[in-house]
Design a binder for this molecule. Structure first.
Ligand code: AMP
Ligand code: MG
Length: 733
């Protein structure tokens, strides 16, 4: 029996699809122009001469063979995405001639295509449809499809390791993921979709092809380019991320977040045309990092993509430095468009495609048009380039995000422009880290030799990314700005007409537009600096318990950080302790200093006369004076406010590594490993709770004996072993 479902909840399978999904607004890969073209692959019939032709060469009118879904390819006019289905199986694929059991015999092209076709989601293999509790008619609902080979026992079965209740409550309260018990259908469905075993799709309604007709639905991967470590890297794309569903937010979530759609994506679900040389898979280690990292950043109030589920695929072996097991994160965001998405269109010179992207981001992601066109008034032009408005919004959002990173000690590690979301969400959790002992020059990515993405470089690297977005779109901005000045293009946002930079456009025009566009971009960049600084100061005031803004606050923050660096103090714990500072009106801060400065930093023989104590005493006097300028009611609420702004728990490298180790070892995985994963997730999503926290001037051992769980949580808040401090992670994931 399926678990009873509450009427307002829907299984993943019965969630409606959103008309705001990018597939309905952007240009598809011409090889797979529609959901139908993807679903047709399962019935691909290899022509008899395919085996003789060698590698597949497509001719006009040929049906596209299934292998094109898994082959890296670069095509002009290749659109902004391709329809593709999850296929989390080992790579290189093990395809043999049917009659032959020897590995040595290479499969013919015909066999390869036929066997790949048998994996593809097939309308003749609907899953659970009949078994599902009937839900009210929802026209835009996907069906779950399986296929001949997906149904086979050999196809990898996923094991659900964890679900983030925090994310579900915040963004997907309508989602029913069933319960743990044996035979819960809703849970089974969820795991099968989240492990890439079944595919959510919908065929278009036959004969209904006019304006506004249902185009069907199928999963997709985005195409993008990007600057990696400063150099342009050409076409990249979702090489191992496949968006499986875009669904409308509930009215409450829409009101709270401003989202028009919520897009679920599987990371590590197999090859796509953008995989290049890689396997499209993700290892357990990196999936645990992404899963926990996203939820930890969200809990700090910093914009980020979120993680819904972590599914382990123990039978899928992944070749990295050594063989590892695969895992998939179901991650969630309002959009996965990156700065590199625009760069891709610019690099191909496909301005009409770029213009579609511009409109999509403006209308469907930012809802700019609904927020109102620019108003006529002092200084505000009645007409403005829509592309400029998009760049400005991307800059604003990312300025807020990087301010959050700096204030909370988060290091992204790989701020390439393909990893910078237009939404300002923190995305692509790879070698990220949270600051331990404060060091502004810290580099968390082992592969970043030059420290390009070191902690202190993050704001300027974000601005560098905005500049790249500006350069990619400058012609479009300039063109629209000219149209606006000439009074063309109507009131409000000015959008370049379709095909504006088509063939034969004079290069002189392009040069002029570019120059004009870059002038606009320069203004946006100035705005970025102001927004970043204001947000950073706002957050640091929160962290230090200040409710008013005073001259000299910024210097106070800098001194605080400098002292932490000089005396090698922990970033998280030092901030957290500041709430317990109380004014002693002229006398020494002895008890507070004892708590603030660990024995190692106060290393001189007499702990009451160390340079650290002198430095901190001077700082605390200034802080005390500054607190005196606060209104008296604010002084009374300071501790509670600060404890709500300074996390007790931070997701340190040692915690991640230990959790990963316990989950990786089959001996500890099921009990200890999963228990620790749940505990760490819980602490990461509620980081301000006072887990086993001590009080200044009070001895550690309290009256009551802490439970094991309390001891464990306290342990997970510790700075951790010396050799794990500032641990650098590699990119191999
Ligand atoms: P990243 O450095 O993780 O942002 O990845 C850069 C590019 O490489 C993106 O296009 C990714 O989709 C792609 N990529 C990274 N790892 C893999 C993988 N294991 N399989 C396929 N593509 C990958
Ligand atoms: Mg990436």
């Amino acid at each position: 029996m399926a678990a009873p479902t509450c009427s307002t909840k829907h299984s993943l399978l019965s969630l409606p699809t959103s008309p705001h999904a990018p597939i309905y607004h952007l240009r598809p890969d011409p090889l797979f122009p529609s959901p139908k073209s993807l679903l047709a692959l399962s019935s691909y019939d290899a022509p008899p001469d395919l085996g003789a032709k060698g590698p597949v060469a497509l001719r006009e009118g040929d049906p596209v063979p299934p292998s094109m879904l898994r082959r890296s390819r670069q095509i002009r006019g290749g659109g902004a995405f391709t329809y593709t289905s999850p296929l989390p199986i080992e790579f290189p694929y093990d395809i043999r001639e049917p009659a032959d059991t020897e590995r040595t015999n290479a499969a013919t092209p015909t066999t390869i295509e036929t066997q790949l076709a048998a994996f593809e989601a097939s309308p003749s293999h609907p899953v659970w449809d009949a078994a599902l509790p009937s839900s009210e008619e929802r026209p835009a609902r996907a069906t779950a499809f399986s296929s001949a080979r997906r149904d086979a026992d050999a196809f990898p079965r996923g094991q659900l390791l964890s679900v983030s209740a925090a994310l579900r409550d915040a963004w997907l309260p309508q989602l029913d993921i069933g319960s743990d018990g044996e035979g819960d259908k809703v849970r089974e469905q969820f795991v099968d979709v989240a492990s890439g075993r079944v595919v959510l799709a919908r065929e278009p309604v036959e004969g209904n092809e006019g304006e506004g007709a249902d185009k069907g639905f199928a999963p997709w991967s985005l195409c993008y380019a990007g600057h990696q470590f400063g150099s342009f890297a050409g076409q990249l794309g979702d090489g191992r991320a496949i968006s499986i569903l875009s669904t409308p937010p509930t009215p409450e979530v829409a009101a709270k977040t401003g989202f028009k759609a919520i897009e679920l994506q599987l990371k590590g679900a197999g090859r796509t045309p953008y995989s290049r040389f890689a396997d499209g898979l993700a290892v357990l280690r990196s999936s645990v990092r992404e899963y926990l990292g996203a939820e930890a950043v969200a809990a700090l109030g910093v914009p980020t993509s979120r993680a819904l589920a972590l599914v382990h695929l123990p039978s899928v072996h992944v070749r990295r430095e050594q063989l590892e097991e695969a895992a998939i994160v179901t991650r969630v965001a309002s959009s996965w468009i990156r700065i590199g998405s625009f760069e891709q269109q610019a690099y191909r010179g496909e301005y009409d495609s770029m213009s579609l992207l511009e409109r999509y981001v403006a209308r469907e992601v930012f809802a700019l048009e609904e927020k109102g066109a620019p108003r006529v008034g002092e200084g505000a032009p009645a007409r403005r380039s829509l592309m400029r408005a998009v760049v400005e919004e991307v800059a604003r959002r990312n300025a807020l995000t990087v301010a959050g990173w700096q204030a909370y000690g988060f290091m992204h590690g790989v701020m390439n422009t393909d990893n910078l979301a237009v939404t300002g969400d923190t995305i692509d959790y790879g070698p990220y880290a949270f600051m331990d002992i404060f060091d502004s020059a810290h580099i968390c990515n082992h592969s970043d030799d030059g420290g390009r993405y070191s902690f202190r470089n993050q704001p300027s690297m974000m601005l560098w990314g905005i500049d790249k977005l500006g350069q990619a779109t400058a012609e479009l901005i300039g063109h629209e700005a000219e149209l606006a000045e000439r009074g063309e293009g109507g009131e409000g946002w000015v959008v370049a007409p379709d095909g504006w930079a088509g063939e034969g456009e004079a290069t002189d025009d392009m040069k002029r537009w570019k120059e004009r566009g870059m002038q606009e971009v320069a203004k946006v960049k100035e705005g970025f600096v102001g927004i970043f600084r204001a947000e950073y100061e706002r957050l640091m005031r929160l962290r230090l318990g200040l409710t008013t803004a005073e001259e000299g606050d910024f210097d106070l923050f800098s001194r605080f950080l400098d002292l932490m660096a000089t005396h090698e103090l922990d970033f998280t714990n030092t901030h957290r302790l500041m709430s317990q500072f109380v004014s002693t009106e002229g006398s020494t801060f002895s008890a507070f200093l004892d708590a603030l400065i660990p024995a190692s930093a106060a290393s001189s023989s007499s702990s009451s006369a160390s340079p650290a104590r002198d430095d901190w005493t001077a700082f605390l006097s200034s802080y005390e004076t500054r607190l005196g300028l606060e209104p008296s009611d604010a002084q009374r609420t300071r501790r509670a406010r600060m404890d709500g702004a300074n996390p007790r728990f931070t997701l340190r490298q040692w915690v991640l590594e230990e959790t990963i180790a316990k989950l990786s070892d089959p001996a500890t995985r099921d009990a200890e490993g999963r228990a620790q994963l749940e505990r760490v997730l819980d602490m990461a999503t509620r980081p301000f709770e006072p887990y086993g926290e001590g009080e200044v001037g009070v001895r550690d051992e309290g009256e009551t004996c802490p439970t094991r769980e309390e001891q464990e949580r306290r342990r997970l808040c510790a700075v951790g072993p010396v050799d794990m401090r500032g641990f650098q992670c590699s990119c191999s994931s």
